[in-house]
Design a protein around this ligand. Structure first.
Ligand SMILES: Cc1cc2nc3c(=O)[nH]c(=O)nc-3n(C[C@H](O)[C@H](O)[C@H](O)COP(=O)(O)O)c2cc1C
Ligand code: SF4
Length: 431
């Protein structure tokens, strides 16, 4: 079964001091950059296009195509911005990747910068992960001092920690020193991005996949995965699984296969619901165990592949409580720029809290559904949609649990202690 794994970005994670330049180079690091320097920018863009690599930040936009949208050079600056904000509940692949193997990202940044004609690249990191910030700074310094980066400047920027700053245009505003709020598109960043100059914004895992493609070739990469969702991806399993963790596998693997690798649902329990790609992706259930985890397969099942953040919940978990927790997050992270999301998440939160307490009213379920329907597709950016989807999919599969919230507290129906992964005794505060 482990032959289903494709450890490429994660291969060195258990190697001592894998994050240092000597170890990275011993394992073949920076050979791809040397090869890329001998290639024309056009050939590089075509290689990435040919690999079929699609953005690993959630939306799955073809990476090489995005690079090719940049207008022809006009002598002015062009930027690469790596999105390392990783703040979605459940999503936890970029932070360990940068922690264990920062040089693969730095090498990817150098290759991509060469491909798009950029002299100054940025890595916009979620500010709370100070340990990753230090490690990235050290990796950039090591690469610079070893003369690997040439004249390329790489700035590692620590954001202040806001989910909305992962949205690419809010990220650019934040990087420019403004409050992080999404910009109206068009113009897209490729045309007017950072400082209104042509800019490529890509996810950490997307850029870290580039050195492998340059060395191995597009066909090697597209030999993994499925026809329209090629390559390897990091699947992050969390929650009620025996061995939670990062499983790097070809796109198209199923949850059933991943659960086998992870030792199954924790002993004595069964799968109730799960997210395929973080809290913004509609929940699925045990009937979806064999859905291919690629962009098309998950969309066909009514959800989204997102960031492959597989949060696994067993039968002890209250859907109402889980959804309420996610709504608290979205309400807190709403940037307030548009009315459906700013006001709507407030409404959703009020109703969800009533349902958790078993104090919902007869109208609450309809109002909840109506409010979610009015946020979805009417918000300025996808954060609003993200808040609506757990509600809608929760109602789709577990409506009776929401209805029970009109008379019985969720904690009575699903005592929270039963869901604890760590034995209950160790959760108690010592006297
Ligand atoms: C609210 C919100 C948060 C986002 N957070 C992230 C993030 O943390 N990291 C990321 O790569 N993309 C995030 N995205 C997606 C980015 O806007 C963008 O699509 C992505 O960085 C493009 O990179 P890719 O094409 O390599 O996937 C977020 C989008 C939204 C709407
Ligand atoms: S959807 Fe939410 S996060 Fe996005 S612009 Fe509107 S208020 Fe801000």
């Amino acid at each position: 079964m482990t032959d289903r794994l494709t450890p490429i970005l994660t291969d060195s994670w258990d190697v001592p001091r894998a994050w240092t330049l000597p170890v990275y180079r011993d394992r073949g690091g920076y050979r791809a950059l040397a090869k890329a320097r001998g290639m024309s920018t056009e050939d590089l863009v075509n290689a990435v296009k040919g690999s079929g690599l699609r953005g690993r930040g959630g939306a799955g936009f073809p990476t090489g195509l995005k690079w090719s949208f940049l207008p022809a050079p006009d002598g002015g600056p062009r930027y690469l911005v790596v999105n390392a904000d990783e703040s979605e509940p459940g999503t936890c692949k970029d932070v360990p990747l940068m922690m264990a193997n920062p040089h693969v990202l730095v090498e990817g940044v150098a290759i991509t910068s060469h491909a798009i004609g950029c002299d100054h690249a940025f890595i916009y990191l979620r500010g709370e992960v100070v340990h990753v910030y230090r490690r990235l700074l050290a990796a950039v310094r090591e690469a610079k001092e070893a003369g690997l980066l040439g004249s390329l400047e790489i700035t590692v920027h620590a954001g202040a920690g806001a989910y909305i700053c992962g949205e690419e245009t809010a990220l650019l505003d934040s990087l420019e020193g403004r409050r992080g709020q999404p910009r109206l598109k068009p113009p897209f960043p490729a045309v007017a991005g950072l400082y209104a100059r042509p800019t490529v914004v890509n996810n950490v895992e997307s850029i870290a996949s580039v050195p492998g493609i340059v060395l191995g070739g597009g066909e090697w990469f597209s030999g993994m995965g499925t026809a329209k969702s090629t390559g390897h991806g990091i699947f992050s399993l969390s929650g009620h699984v025996t061995r939670p963790g990062q499983y790097e596998a070809p796109l198209g693997i199923t949850l059933r296969e991943l659960l086998e690798l992870a030792g199954g649902i924790r002993e004595g329990h069964e799968l109730k619901f799960w997210t395929p790609g973080g809290s913004s992706t509609p929940i699925l259930t045990a009937e979806h165990l064999d859905v291919p985890l690629d962009f098309e397969g998950v969309a066909g099942a009514g959800s989204m592949l997102g960031t492959r953040a597989l949060q696994i919940f067993d039968e002890t978990v209250s859907v109402v409580r889980a959804v309420a927790r996610w709504i608290d997050f979205y309400k807190h992270e709403s940037c307030g720029k548009c009315t459906p999301c700013r006001e709507g998440t407030f409404w959703l939160q009020q109703i969800m809290h009533r349902l958790v307490a078993g104090k919902g009213t007869a109208e609450d379920i309809e109002t909840l559904s109506d409010a979610a329907g009015n946020i979805l597709g009417r918000s300025f950016c996808a954060l609003g949609d993200a808040a609506a989807t757990p509600i809608q999919s929760g109602l789709q599969y577990f409506r009776e649990e929401f209805e029970a919230g009109t008379h019985t507290p969720a904690d009575e129906l699903f005592p929270p202690r039963a869901s604890l992964i760590v034995p209950a005794a160790s959760q108690e505060v010592p006297a």
